[in-house]
Unconditional design. Structure first.
Length: 125
């Protein structure tokens, strides 16, 4: 029996940046995009459910930005098992993330991707 497919309707693009304040000013001045200070990161929301998140850190070429797919109904553990069964390279185990759980994996061309689900949702489907 095949595993249920994850329901994805949101996407987040996560950037590692040198300083949050410099990033906030750039996006406000150059792009007229307001970024809101959260606990330890900046958050910008675009129409259609896309979010931009900025964390301070050392960006390694090819790993930032990262695309994160939001799992609306949860089931992150089930989704990871399905990826692994298809031979997808899973980079990290399911781990705690701000407000929930995440896991990182690669697409066939080596692009870093991730799933995220809110902590209140079930981890299995």
């Amino acid at each position: 029996m095949s595993k249920p497919q994850p329901k994805i309707s949101k996407i987040a693009v996560i950037f590692l940046v040198q300083t949050l304040e410099r990033t906030r000013r750039f996006y406000a001045d150059a792009l007229r995009l307001e970024l809101h200070q959260q606990e330890g990161f900046l958050l910008g929301s675009l129409s259609g459910g896309t979010e931009l998140l900025f964390f301070e850190g050392e960006a390694v070429r090819g790993t930032s930005p990262q695309i994160v797919f939001g799992l609306d109904d949860g089931g992150i553990d089930t989704a990871v098992e399905a990826l692994a069964a298809r031979g997808v390279q899973v980079l990290t185990p399911v781990s705690e993330a701000p407000g929930g759980w995440s896991v990182e994996f690669k697409d066939p061309d080596g692009h870093p991707l991730a799933f995220f689900q809110e902590e209140a949702l079930p981890r299995r489907r």
